[in-house]
Design a protein around this ligand. Structure first.
Ligand code: NAD
Length: 264
């Protein structure tokens, strides 16, 4: 990542020979990616986007059948992928999938730590069990890929945070969720600058309210309607609204960035 580009001029702008088209520079050919929570919702959209851009993708989900269904969708389009069952809150599962991806594909270039769960409890009713479960699902992903990326000297880590890391819509009862997502932002901002000279970049994406099964719970349904009235675009986000962001952050065009929280 630190190699000077051939043809770079003294003003540092690369307009020289062999210039590659911006769309080529967004390609992810030969890259190996994984997406946790890839069997549904935002993760599924990330899997498709990375695959369409050229990456091989490991689709990781606690529900293997969901991951397999997504792998089939990719196969139809000739995109190489593998479905893997894992609970990202369990250290032994995490080690098994990292070892397996590296054994089969040799490396991990792009890690989307996207799996997340939602607990709805009033702050005073939040149990330690809910707290631990939420934090373990949200915050462990970084550690599952950082060692292999640092040893390779290259990697893009893209964590899924949430706008709830920044603002809390009212009324809402998600103490553990919101606090864990604020943790995801810090888990991005802290190692990002620390690792950039070792070739590893860390970013996160903070979506607003996205139309996925996560928000279609009895507890959230009435609230979502209220919150929707304050969305500038006048509608909930669709998973396809987030796809370009993950390709941008995964590709070389964003190599100068790290520690960024991209709010969508
Ligand atoms: P979703 O519930 O539709 O999908 C989550 C996927 O993760 C499911 O396939 C589920 O089986 C899997 N999963 C759950 N726990 C897991 C675990 N322990 N290990 C492995 N896989 C697990 O959710 P979504 O809306 O697609 O959300 C994806 C991410 O985006 C989450 O981190 C969520 O917090 C975040 N997010 C969602 C919204 C929204 O409005 N939907 C907004 C902001 C952020």
């Amino acid at each position: 990542p630190r190699d000077p580009q051939p043809g770079i001029t003294t003003d540092g702008v690369f307009w020289g020979y062999k210039r590659r088209c911006i769309l080529d520079r967004l390609r992810l050919d030969c890259k190996v990616a994984y997406v946790t929570g890839g069997g549904q919702g935002i993760g599924r959209a990330f899997v498709h986007a990375l695959g369409e851009a050229g990456a091989k993708v490991a689709i990781i989900d606690i529900a293997l059948e969901k991951a397999q269904a997504v792998a089939k969708e990719l196969e139809v389009n000739g995109i190489k992928s593998v479905a893997m069952a894992a609970d990202v809150s369990k250290a032994e599962d995490v080690k098994r999938i990292v070892d397996s991806i590296v054994a089969n594909w040799g490396r991990i270039d792009i890690a989307c730590n996207n799996a997340g769960i939602n607990m709805n409890s009033a702050s005073e009713d939040t149990t330690l069990e809910e707290w631990d479960k939420t934090f373990n699902v949200s915050l462990r992903g970084l550690f599952m890929c950082c060692r292999i990326m640092l040893s390779q000297g290259y990697g893009k880590i893209i964590n899924t945070a949430s706008m709830a890391s920044l603002i809390v819509p009212h009324p809402q009862k998600q103490l553990a969720y919101n606090t864990s997502k604020a943790g995801v932002v810090k888990l991005t901002q802290t190692p990002g600058p620390e690792w950039i000279d070792r070739g590893v970049r860390v970013s996160c994406i903070s979506p607003g309210i996205v139309d996925t099964p996560l928000i279609h719970t009895d507890a959230l349904k009435p609230l979502v309607q209220r919150w929707s009235n304050n969305i500038p675009a006048g509608r909930l986000a669709r998973v396809t609204d987030l796809q370009a962001a993950v390709v941008y952050l995964a590709s070389e065009v964003s190599d100068y960035m790290t520690g960024h929280n991209l709010v969508i």
